[in-house]
Design a protein around this ligand. Sequence first.
Ligand SMILES: NC(=O)c1ccc[n+]([C@@H]2O[C@H](COP(=O)([O-])OP(=O)(O)OC[C@H]3O[C@@H](n4cnc5c(N)ncnc54)[C@H](OP(=O)(O)O)[C@@H]3O)[C@@H](O)[C@H]2O)c1
Length: 247
Amino acid sequence: MSNAFVTGGSRGIGRSIVLRYVSEGWGVAFTYSSNKEAADRTLEMAREIRPDARVQAYQLNLSDEDAIDKVCEQAIDDFENITAVVNNAAILKDNAAALMSNEEWKDVVSVNLTAPFLVSRNFLLHFLSNRKGRLIHVSSLAAYGSSGQVNYAASKAGLQGMSLTIAKEYGKKGITSNIVTVGYVPTAMTEENMNKQLQEYWLKHCPARRVGTPEEIASAVYYLSSDEASFISGEDLRISAGLTYAP
Ligand SMILES: NC(=O)c1ccc[n+]([C@@H]2O[C@H](COP(=O)([O-])OP(=O)(O)OC[C@H]3O[C@@H](n4cnc5c(N)ncnc54)[C@H](OP(=O)(O)O)[C@@H]3O)[C@@H](O)[C@H]2O)c1
């Protein structure tokens, strides 16, 4: 049986990724930060899909570097063989560049970029011993620049360099590293942080004239985790129905 590790699997896109793996027969270790109720709901939904599903939730604050090592080690101990790792969790702390505080910058870079690196580093050692592994990092159109989001944009752009480097360093070891760049998918993140004007902008400029669904993102993540994607690495798959630009 294949197993996956997903950060931020309690809600939104991460939950759909967990449920997609479960529906494909995979075991899943996923993390949440503080919303235990949401994590329990993901577990419940997973068992509704497959009563015998092997799914486990781990509390993890991704700004705690020691805790990242501990949880990754624990998940590897519990599941023994993990094939795919999805760096999905991220936060926003928006502000204009000139007004952004050191904390706003550091908090976002720590959760959105440093943590994915630390998670990847932990699992690379595991992948190397298995001579197989898939890393998938969830990015945003903001990586190409996004007003009011200099910290978030920089963290997501940083994932690109990280993913491409890992793809080059470990390709010969059977390890792939790819990015999925998400357009607009309504979740708590967008509902709490995007104003109406911006939501309307996305809808107006998205060639499909609709928002995406978490399931559509999960489907691409699952494909990149599968054996069918074994020759795809160092790619950035944009999932935005042709929308290429953040204002
Ligand atoms: N939604 C969009 O339109 C959109 C667009 C572009 C890119 N993305 C990207 O898609 C990914 C998922 O976004 P989403 O919209 O599904 O977000 P979301 O609904 O806000 O869910 C965030 C997840 O991350 C976890 N999390 C938050 N802060 C954390 C921390 N400090 N440490 C560990 N985990 C933490 C949350 O756990 P709790 O439940 O415990 O809080 C939750 O599981 C992110 O990388 C985001 O940048 C989303």
